[in-house]
Design a protein around this ligand. Sequence first.
Ligand code: DGL
Length: 266
Amino acid sequence: MFDSGVGGLTVARAIIDQLPHEEILYIGDTAHAPYGPRPIEEVRGLALSVMDELVDAGVKMLVIACNTASAAVLHDARARYTRGRGVPVVEVIHPAARAAARVTRNGRVGLIATQGTVDSRAYDDALSSVPGVELLSAACPRFVELAERGTTTGPEVMEVARGYLAPLRAAEIDTLILGCTHYPLLTGAISYVMGQDVTLVTSSEETAKDVYRELAGCDLLRDTQAPAPVHRFRATGDPDAFAVLARRFLGPEVGCVTRACVPAAG
Ligand code: DGL
């Protein structure tokens, strides 16, 4: 699985909790983070390079633990890896959209995400077939910067959150999709600003259910009698900086982090 940085660890947490026997190989593409402000074609190239690396390392499944990357490669990842190389692919956009459609009561759903994800309209497409649902989107790029810095509480976070979320509060949404895997790290502040009547939806739990379903359906679940799983973490940027933050957000599962050598996209 991969993300531009530590955000995808929110999905890793749910996968480890739901599938404790599976082994994770996680790449944080920190050398190219953030993905959000980059043109979608560039994100596509970066994401394909990382996924090629993961498939070459022998993974049995790919999890795109990043909304921006999911939006960029939604259409061709399955052709390239599932049909091309026999590796199932799970992404994070449809699981979150599905959960939001299920929980909304008034049909007014908010989306906060990176600029790339908002511009891609991937969530609008995912929800277009659900009758009575209206999507209101806001790009919140500074949330990624705060999460990558490890600043998840305090006055700066509150001020940024109030600014970004004011239009969504005014629009009286009752459900808010955290459409970036970094944002659950700021759940406390986002929930405080939005109020208790707004349900926050993240992709992690739903994505982990998709991973379970795919692995079980393809008869790929790891033997429960096998030795305890060893998770591996790689970063394309500074591995030590990644390790410190990753341990804080994921926990003791993060052992030593090595540098991933992913060739430049293109
Ligand atoms: N965590 C990512 C996402 O879900 C990307 C954040 C970024 O690199 O801008 O979109």
